[in-house]
Design a protein around this ligand. Structure first.
Ligand SMILES: NC(=O)c1ccc[n+]([C@@H]2O[C@H](COP(=O)([O-])OP(=O)(O)OC[C@H]3O[C@@H](n4cnc5c(N)ncnc54)[C@H](O)[C@@H]3O)[C@@H](O)[C@H]2O)c1
Length: 376
């Protein structure tokens, strides 16, 4: 009989649901050394939290993250709260000796992220960031192809992450519009993902130079006539130099009218190119410059073969998977790393490195010039 790993989840809405699904599905599809147990769910609102716990099978619920963190029957704290709470919850969890899974962005700024990294290192607990797109099979396969030299020296990494839910001026004010609670807008929310993918696929950043815009400066609090100032960006674009000489361009926007969750990545290299679109996440486009047949052109690889990353656990070839599966892969790898005491990536160090880039872009916008990324 496998030993249990008992989960305490803090935050029970969008990501709370995605992570719950992941912990339930992970042992069904992957051979985990520990059995995840939905031990306690914690949210702000008691009625909503109780409903969440009952509906999704959590054994108990609470509205105090402090109490949940101190419970002896919790091994892992899963942080799915608004961004400003990542730091205090993670530090308290580390001090209590719990392993920690933390949603992105790691924190509101690099100073807070560093405190979190110090806390987990001091406590000796396992820590992982939810940069879930590293675990899209097509992107994990892209990484393998890059490592095998399939596209050679990388010249360009171009990425966009587009959503359009804020184009509607009547969309109400939320925590995501408040710099104190969110740290930033589309930047920390969406650029954080493509920055992490750039580090995963290309390497470390060297310098960045950015521009931002807040198109709608105030929004109404739901159910009231009261307006509140939007203190975060609606969109941020930036250019980057990588340490290996590659050039990068990034745009994150919540005003990309018509684009619901389009994450598109183009990587151009000396021997070939790769292209990925989250809306078709089972596919990876590959161009091989050395194809001498005269039939050159981008070809579409359907990344559903058993020898593609993570696919052995799922369905027969061609039976496609979806966005939620990235979280299943992530928690499977995390639970395995905890059981075997092996390194896991992306961890809080990767979260801090991402935060360096986010902060440097913000600083470049403020100062109107290129900014060097700190090494540590
Ligand atoms: N990896 C991804 O693809 C992805 C996608 C969306 C959001 N996120 C990240 O996940 C985190 C949560 O985002 P969300 O969209 O789920 O937010 P949400 O607003 O849907 O849910 C936030 C939850 O936190 C709870 N909460 C707030 N304050 C709390 C407190 N003091 N104690 C306990 N619970 C508290 C709320 O009750 C709610 O259940 C954010 O950091 C966000 O950036 C990641």
């Amino acid at each position: 009989m496998k030993k249990d790993i008992k989960i305490g989840i803090i935050g029970t809405k969008f990501m709370g649901k995605a992570h719950t699904h992941a912990f339930v599905d992970a042992p069904l599809f992957f051979d985990l050394p520990l059995r995840p147990v939905l031990q306690v769910a914690c949210g702000l609102d008691p009625i909503a939290t109780e409903q969440f716990a009952n509906r999704y099978g959590w054994k108990s619920w609470d509205i105090s993250s402090e109490k949940v963190i101190q419970r002896d029957d919790v091994d892992l704290i899963d942080i799915c709260t608004p961004n400003h709470l990542h730091m205090p919850v993670a530090i308290a969890a580390a001090k209590a000796g719990k392993h920690i899974l933390c949603e992105k962005p790691m924190a509101n700024n690099a100073d807070d992220a560093r405190r979190m990294l110090d806390a987990v290192e001091e406590a000796g607990v396992k820590h992982m960031m939810v940069f879930n797109y590293r675990r899209v099979p097509a992107l994990a396969f892209a990484k393998k192809m890059i490592e095998e030299g399939k596209i050679g020296r990388i010249f360009h990494f171009n990425a966009v992450y587009f959503q359009d839910w804020l184009v509607d001026p009547l969309f109400p004010y939320t925590w995501r519009h408040n710099k104190q609670l969110a740290g930033s807008g589309a930047h920390g929310d969406l650029n954080a993902h493509i920055i992490d993918l750039a580090r995963f696929l290309v390497g470390e950043f060297e310098t960045v130079c950015g521009a931002e815009k807040t198109f709608i400066k105030e929004r109404t609090i739901a159910g009231t006539d009261q307006k509140k100032e939007v203190t975060v960006d609606d969109a941020v674009s930036f250019m980057a130099h990588f340490q290996n000489g590659a050039l990068g361009s990034f745009t994150a926007s919540r005003f990309a009218t018509g684009r619901k969750n389009l994450q598109r990545i183009e990587i151009f290299g000396s021997e070939g190119s790769l292209s990925f679109n989250l809306e078709r996440l089972n596919e990876l486009e590959y161009y091989n410059r050395n194809d001498a047949t005269g039939e050159q052109g981008f070809r579409t690889i359907l990344v559903t073969e058993a020898n593609h990353p993570y696919l052995k656990g799922w369905w027969p070839t061609g039976h496609i998977i979806g966005w939620e599966h990235t979280f299943v892969h992530l928690v499977s790898d995390f639970v395995t790393a905890i059981a075997k005491d092996t390194p896991i990536y992306p961890n809080f160090y990767d979260g801090l490195k991402c935060q360096f880039v986010l902060d440097a872009v913000a600083s470049s916008i403020e100062k109107g010039r290129w900014i060097q990324i700190p090494e540590k």
